[in-house]
Design a protein around this ligand. Sequence first.
Ligand SMILES: [Zn+2]
Ligand SMILES: [Zn+2]
Length: 158
Amino acid sequence: MSPNDETLKKNLDRLADQCAARGVHLTNLRRLLMGLLLTAEKPVKAYELIERSALQGRRLTPATVYRVLDFLIEHGLVHKVNAINAFVACSDYEGALEHHPLILVCPACQKTTEINDPDLSIMVFGKLNSLGYSLKSGSIEIHGHCGLCAEKSPPEST
Ligand SMILES: [Zn+2]
Ligand SMILES: [Zn+2]
C-alpha cells in the first residue's frame, strides 16, 4: 500500500475524527508519521521514519520525530516495542484511549501482534501490582516465534 493510498487517507481521516472527539489534534506532522506507521508491515525504527518522511519531502530531525512519537504513544495511537526499539501503530484505536495491550513480538522477523483483552490485562496487571511492581511502559511484550518463522525453523530437539 502506498502512503498516498486512498484507503490510508480514509483511515487517517477516521482517526483524526476519533482524536478530535477526544480533544487530540492530529497535526500534519502527526498524520504523516501515523500514516507511515499504518502502512508499515512491521514496527519501524525512528531513523527509518526520518528516511521515509524524507521520501515524502519532509526533512525531520530525530528530536522532532521522537517528540511526535511521544505524543502518539501518550495518546495510545502508537506503541513502542522495546525489544526491537521500534514503533508500531495501534491496531485497535477504537478501543480505550488508554489501554495496555499485550504485544507479541517475533524475534526472527520482528512482526508484532497486538492483543487487547481487558480480562487478560487486568489479570496480568493485578498480579504485577500485587507483587509490588509497576509497569514501566504501557504495554507488555511477549517474545515468541510467529507461525511463519516457527515453520521455517522448528525448535531443535534436545
Ligand atoms: Zn493499542
Ligand atoms: Zn516471525
